[in-house]
Design a protein around this ligand. Structure first.
Ligand SMILES: Nc1nc2c(ncn2[C@@H]2O[C@H](COP(=O)(O)OP(=O)(O)O)[C@@H](O)[C@H]2O)c(=O)[nH]1
Ligand SMILES: [Mg+2]
Length: 317
């Protein structure tokens, strides 16, 4: 193995936050050596508990993540946080709100926070987030939390690969429970109703219960509903308990491996799609996609033969 990579892995695994930040940048930006780094890190992965948290903007995800992180730190567990929020204004790659919390945690090297910059397609973002989680896992963090805005299917893909997925709802969303249901409700292993200091928590709970009565999950787990007031730290312990309960259930039912296989199946498809697309793109110079599109629009060429041609070419490479 390349000596530079070995050195950075040693530093990474010693818990050095700067080495961690550098390694995440390398895989995020696909800078030189990114794939060798990931290959070398892979044997060290699979130990962290990966927790995904999703919910509407402003539902209290960051506040909750912050509370959970502090809870786990009290148990002497090390924490890595990845915040993916395309709706938040980014400043130099960091979410404004989260930057304050970053400083808050700065004195504690046991908490590492990273915001993922949104660039390119969301598919690319899902890939970058998964790779960042891999680096955090390999670095020896006990827990990795991924915060993402639950707005659409692409975003859902990001948290779906977590071991435990938490969906955060808030009172006063009215019919929103129904509208986000399609993509998000079914991926929840645990529901949180945050902002329970506000009116209407019971109504949200009733709606979730009603929805749950309509569908059963493959793993037969009924996602619990945990009520929190994240800004006051109310319900953090209960949530941590619910996470542990679900993990214990997966173990008891021998579902850990099965879930892992399912996740890898999804991720492999994504990785293959990315790699194939990259190969196809590499075959076309910058202007050709636009040129092809124009030719198709003018009916000078059919898109079906073109795609076949490009795919055949990509295979030859
Ligand atoms: N009233 C109330 N406000 C909360 C609660 N949890 C978070 N907040 C506030 O809601 C706002 C958005 O929280 P944030 O964690 O940034 O939400 P995110 O966009 O989902 O990450 C902040 O001003 C928080 O202080 C809660 O339980 N009750
Ligand atoms: Mg946030």
């Amino acid at each position: 193995m390349n000596q530079d990579i070995q050195k950075s892995i040693d530093r990474l695994r010693s818990g050095d936050p700067r080495a961690l930040a550098r390694a995440i940048s390398t895989v995020e930006n696909r800078s030189a050596g990114w794939s060798d780094l990931l290959k070398a890190l892979f044997p060290h992965t699979g130990k962290a508990r990966v927790i995904g948290l999703t919910g509407a903007p402003g539902s209290g995800k960051s506040t909750l993540v912050d509370r959970l992180a502090k809870h786990y730190r009290k148990e002497n567990q090390t924490v890595g946080i990845i915040a993916v929020d395309p709706t938040s204004p980014y400043t130099g790659g960091a979410i404004l709100g989260d930057r304050i919390r970053m400083q808050d945690h700065y004195s504690d090297p046991g908490i590492f926070i990273r915001s993922m910059a949104t660039r390119g397609s969301l598919g690319g973002l899902a890939r970058a987030t998964a790779d960042a989680a891999t680096v955090l896992d390999a670095s020896g963090r006990d827990l990795v939390m991924i915060e993402t805005v639950g707005v659409g299917q692409d975003e859902v893909d990001i948290v779906r690969l977590a071991d435990v997925t938490i969906v955060i709802l808030v009172p006063g969303m009215g019919d929103d429970v129904q509208t986000i249901k399609a993509g998000i409700m079914e991926i929840a292993d645990i529901f949180v109703i945050n902002k329970c200091d506000r009116e209407g928590a019971e109504r949200v709970e009733r709606e979730v219960r009603a929805m749950q009565s309509l569908a059963t999950r493959n793993d037969c787990w009924t996602p619990p509903i945990v009520k929190t007031v994240a800004s006051e730290g109310v319900g953090t312990e209960k949530l941590a308990e619910a996470i542990t309960d679900y993990e214990a259930y997966l173990k008891k039912e021998n579902l850990v491996f099965k879930k892992n296989v399912e996740n890898w199946q999804e991720r492999l498809v994504e990785m293959l799609r990315d790699a194939m697309l990259e190969k196809a793109r590499a075959r076309m110079d910058g202007g050709s996609l636009e040129r092809y599109a124009a030719e198709i629009a003018e009916h000078k060429r059919d898109p079906y033969s073109l795609v076949e041609e490009i795919v055949r070419g990509a295979e030859r490479n």
